[in-house]
Ligand binder design. Sequence first.
Ligand SMILES: Cc1cc2nc3c(=O)[nH]c(=O)nc-3n(C[C@H](O)[C@H](O)[C@H](O)COP(=O)(O)OP(=O)(O)OC[C@H]3O[C@@H](n4cnc5c(N)ncnc54)[C@H](O)[C@@H]3O)c2cc1C
Length: 392
Amino acid sequence: MGHSRARLLVLGGGAAGLLAAQTAAARGWRVTLLEANDRVGKKLLATGNGRCNLSNRAALPEAYGPAASGFLLEPDKLLQLMEGLGLATRTDEEGRVYPLCNQASAVLDVLRLGLERENVETVCGFEAVSAAKNGADFCLVARDGRRVTGQRLLLCAGGRAASKANGYALAQALGHRLNPLAPALTYLKTDQSLVKGLQGQRLHGRIRLCRGQAVLAEEEGELLFKEGALSGIAVFDLSRAWAGAKAACELSVDLLPGWDGFRVRGELERRAALFPRSEQLLTGLFPRLVGQRLLDACGLRPQAPAPSQALDRLAALLRDWRFPVTGSGGFDQAQLTLGGVPLDEVEAGSLRSLRCEGLSLAGEMLDLHGPCGGFNLHQAFSTGYLAAAALR
Ligand SMILES: Cc1cc2nc3c(=O)[nH]c(=O)nc-3n(C[C@H](O)[C@H](O)[C@H](O)COP(=O)(O)OP(=O)(O)OC[C@H]3O[C@@H](n4cnc5c(N)ncnc54)[C@H](O)[C@@H]3O)c2cc1C
């Protein structure tokens, strides 16, 4: 059968599916895009705080793990593709790529117009609950009993993070295994008593995920206090390591990264001479509420000068402020689902399933994930494009 007569079913109208559907249609496939929600691309609108951080200059295979080679487009290539679709972009000083107009809707709009231009049939409100292959045809059945058939199937159903539907069971029904799923890129919970009153405070620091004395992962960046939890990009990235650690862990915050113990101690002495009352000791260094909490934790009496032993305790605390991790935001609050279809079950470069002929997989369903900062949309757009371009 010439592929111009064959029908391709693309399941999932997210980042991967939207780019894949129009790429395949432009190459002559008859494409039906199926989406559980009442509209395509809902999650895209929420990405990057409504600005959609769609890629990153550093989105190279090494940022994703040892087996990522062959699964990603070069960042320049993706930006060229997006430009070809009409999207103007800008790159910030940290390498993160955004739409020039700073609106996630611009990304969705050019993708939607691309679907129209290529005559992709889009069916919304279709939540596939089963998938089967009968002879050469794939058949998907929706929750409401509707069925569709096609000769090729591209699964781009995303993950469990912030999504009501997913496609993992469909991949399993077609012969794939799943690596264990876990929520990531989310806040980490801690004892409420340790962060009480600090909600909304932001700090810069080096944050380590520790199990006893062992450091499992570390990141430098913003720390944001929430009700009973620590958040911010550095914590989001550490949540990936926490999901894999499966053990009692603590976050250790170094509030003065790059300073050694002598420098911190010296600075506290200088401040003790400058400010006669302990309560003023951290003035001008940290947000006031955070400073107060640190002083309280060292047992400093607000009106009295700081005794030398208390300065020792404070110096240690500034370099190693500990918070036990008691949980994470879970799938509802997560931006990413770790785990999924193992990469060794799909062919690098083409994203074709090695378990089921005619099937391809792309996006977050695959066990291929990156840090915060545009890496995961880059993965979804890359794999969606590569899968569609390699169909035969
Ligand atoms: C709040 C938030 C902010 C984020 N910000 C960023 C960011 O700025 N930069 C970045 O790189 N990443 C970000 N991410 C992560 C990024 O959104 C995902 O990595 C990316 O969307 C994955 O693309 P995908 O196409 O694989 O899946 P999705 O975009 O999730 O799309 C999958 C689609 O499939 C549909 N679907 C699922 N199951 C079924 C089914 N059974 N039947 C029919 N349809 C189905 C879903 O409804 C969905 O529309 C963010 C995530 C969240 C939640």
